[in-house]
Design a protein. Structure first.
Length: 184
């Protein structure tokens, strides 16, 4: 896999334009994610009509507030085309690390315990160190809303009740576009 340039800095600059107009959406970089069983898959194969990538960690207080709200959103709209990928970044990204086998061995027991305790059933994934570093995920929670083609609709750095409400409205708009009910 070739190295990825740092995309989030670039995408953050574009976010203002995305929020004010509807230009052609910038494509999210082609990445691979690994589930908790060790199965690696291309992001493009997991896209729904609308997809939320949420970068989080078990030790992150704002993440602990946001995850239940994302779970509710997924429970409500998952059957209508929303895909939700909770990408755990508990371990620091090591730029020379390729693959997640070692990371998974360390993180899985903690993740399993956390998910059981909190009742979170979102699909959880990991990314390798190179990908995490290339994406520039340094502050969490950090969510990215993608359309069905992998275009970046909106970015949500941090957590607030207002950002989750906006995310819900954006998801509903994307789902409406697909069903022909209007939307932007």
């Amino acid at each position: 896999m070739r190295p990825l340039p740092t995309y989030f800095a670039w995408i953050l600059v574009l976010n203002a334009a995305v929020m004010t107009a509807e230009p052609a959406r910038q494509q999210f970089p082609p990445i691979q994610v690994t589930d908790l069983t060790g199965q690696t898959v291309e992001l493009k194969n997991l896209l729904g009509t609308a997809t939320v990538l949420n970068f989080w960690a078990t030790w992150c207080g704002p993440c602990r507030l946001e995850l239940p709200e994302l779970q509710k959103l997924y429970n409500e709209l998952g059957g209508k085309g929303l895909a939700m990928l909770a990408v755990d970044v508990d371990l620091p990204a090591l730029p020379d690390e390729e693959g997640v086998a070692q990371q998974l061995a360390v993180a899985k027991p903690r993740l399993d315990g956390f998910l059981k305790k909190t009742g979170i059933t979102l699909p959880v994934y990991l990314v390798d160190g190179r990908t995490q570093a290339a994406l520039g995920v340094e502050h969490i929670p950090f969510s990215v809303l993608l359309d069905r083609n992998g275009g970046v609709v909106r970015i949500y750095p941090g957590y607030s009740v207002e950002s989750v409400a906006d995310l819900r409205q954006q998801v509903l708009g994307i789902l409406a576009e697909r069903s022909g009910q209007g939307g932007k």
